[in-house]
Design a protein around this ligand. Sequence first.
Ligand code: NAD
Ligand code: GLY
Length: 368
Amino acid sequence: MKRTIEIGLGERSYPIHVGRGILGDPSSLAPHVAGRQVFVISDENVADLYLHSLERALEGSRGVDSHIIRSGERSKTLEELTSILQALAACRLGRDGVVVALGGGVVGDIAGFAAATYQRGVDFVQIPTTLLAQVDSSVGGKTGVNLPVGKNLVGAFHQPRCVVIDTKTLATLAPREMRAGFAEVVKYGLIGDADFFVWLEGNVDALLALDDQAIAHAVIRSCEEKAKAVMADEREIGQRALLNLGHTFGHAIEAGAGYGRWLHGEAVAVGIILAARLSEREGGLEAMDCRRIEALFEKANLPLHLPTNLSPERMLELMSLDKKNREGKMRLILLRRIGEAVVSADFDPSSLRKTLVAAAAAARDPDF
Ligand code: NAD
Ligand code: GLY
């Protein structure tokens, strides 16, 4: 069965199709690829597993070319973007062509950015194959690459024409990647849906064990929350920033540890814990709720601590590059309670410092 969630953005509106086994079903893709030249971007792992089925589902297109990047965060660079753009030009993809991103968030972000910039913008379709990409990165039109000094510092808003989520692809995903995606699922409960957070507390094991119903519920509920945030604030002028709960801390951990060592979702889990502790220190979040968040990440076997190489000073330095900062002031997402978050520039800087000092004192290197 296929469920469709609509993202209403005027002429940039698009459907998110969610179903088991829909990757090989041409019906979701046909309206976007029929009679058009298609260029698939994927990574080595995903291409081995799913490129063949996808090519069969693209049967109505005018022709299919593909470009395969190395797997992982280290590919999300300007250099890799250049090679993708050169490949698009070498295939003579025209402005009426369509780019298809088949893979996780790395593929989706870089392929989307290539589609945003090639010939000043061509259509693209997202086919996310990690939990993280299915619940977050494939929806909403944020595309881009990293610079050595910071995550996602170069990019563009470019909405896909369609998102096709085949939850069956999660069967081949490494457990560590499932856990990392889980951190972004928890985020939706924390920022906007306390009942969903309670559901996750009760269903974390089923979800990580790939129970079909649990996965379908988590993916659909997350996409609905993401859709709401994107429709309300496509370009992140205001409330969309709530989706970045824990990300300022998390991006600093990813950059500080060296891209690719920590998975994005793992860094976000520690980032959410630090945001929760700061929220508690600032008098927003109840101590008991802060513990519940930590307990849920612990149950999911996610890292809970800062790594030992990141001092409070280094964290602050890395966090000062965040895109949410305005007029030299850091803006963070804080929790008022489970299910309600705010964008704040008013927190006491000494609370942030104390939170980081305490976290650094308890630092522990993860065993991955
Ligand atoms: P990823 O794309 O690196 O994929 C993780 C790993 O899983 C890779 O090795 C990949 O080859 C492999 N893989 C993917 N699908 C598979 C499958 N079905 N079976 C087996 N292996 C599979 O990482 P990710 O966690 O999907 O995405 C992380 C990226 O997403 C980060 O760069 C992050 O910044 C970005 N992101 C973007 C947004 C956004 O709004 N654009 C939101 C959140 C995260
Ligand atoms: N992942 C954050 C956003 O899409 O805004």
